[in-house]
Design a protein around this ligand. Structure first.
Ligand code: SAH
Length: 211
């Protein structure tokens, strides 16, 4: 059991700052969120290293630098209502829930979603709605969203997600199969402006029925 995570979290945040993360609220939230609760206990001793770690079902909790970078990008656009695709461990969800008014999160693996829900409740983060479903379809009844963050790599830009962006909204999504790139899409009316950032490595955004 990890008794006192604050010191380790502080060192992680110092490392993220050295890697170029500048957004103070994002750094503060990462510092106070117990990442070790979002993974199997056997891996908790690695929770404050800057690495992705397995969470079961062939999935991973994303690397802290990736969580910080994507969240920082989203925060540059003053998002209030955010859709996350790929709840996974719920760690990115927890970070977002402390920065924006409302988070909606979709996960296709029921067991991961169940565990994530339990963790968010334990941390008393109540501004999150979760759905077991196919993220390619987004969450139409909750749309539009000022921000959409996808934490699995899509083979192409999902049209349904683009349609659920509000006017002026922003989507951050890894796209590609062998080679993946982080893409930032902004919506202006019917026009979608797209910017390519660096190469990234995520598990795939799996098509088809949830499990
Ligand atoms: N943000 C998470 C990342 C988990 S990995 C974290 O840091 O813990 C990506 C997640 O996307 C996995 O849990 C995987 O099951 C989920 N996923 C993959 N394809 C999906 C789809 N089509 N719809 C919803 N979730 C999907």
């Amino acid at each position: 059991m990890i008794q006192n995570f604050q010191g380790m979290a502080r060192r992680l945040v110092a490392q993220l700052e050295r890697e170029g993360i500048r957004n103070k609220p994002v750094l503060e939230v990462i510092e106070k969120t117990p990442r070790h609760l979002f993974m199997p206990q056997s891996l908790a001793h690695k929770a404050y290293e800057n690495t992705a770690l397995p969470i079961g079902k062939g999935q991973t909790i994303s690397q802290p630098l990736m969580v910080a970078s994507m969240t920082q990008l989203l925060m540059q656009h003053d998002c209030k209502k955010v859709l996350e695709i790929g709840t996974g461990s719920g760690y990115q969800t927890a970070i977002l829930a402390q920065l924006v008014a409302q988070v909606c999160s979709v996960e296709r693996i029921a067991e991961l979603q169940y565990q994530a829900k339990r963790r968010l409740k334990q941390l008393e983060l109540h501004n999150v709605s979760m759905r077991h479903g196919d993220g390619w379809l987004g969450w139409r009844s909750k749309a539009p969203f000022d921000g959409i963050i996808v934490t699995a790599a899509a083979s192409e830009l999902p049209q349904q997600l683009m349609a659920q962006l509000s006017d002026g909204g922003v989507m951050i999504i890894p796209v590609g199969t062998d080679k993946q790139r982080l893409i930032v899409v902004r919506r202006f009316g019917d026009v979608f402006e797209r910017k390519e950032l660096g190469e990234v490595k995520f598990v795939p955004l799996v098509p088809g029925e949830p499990v």
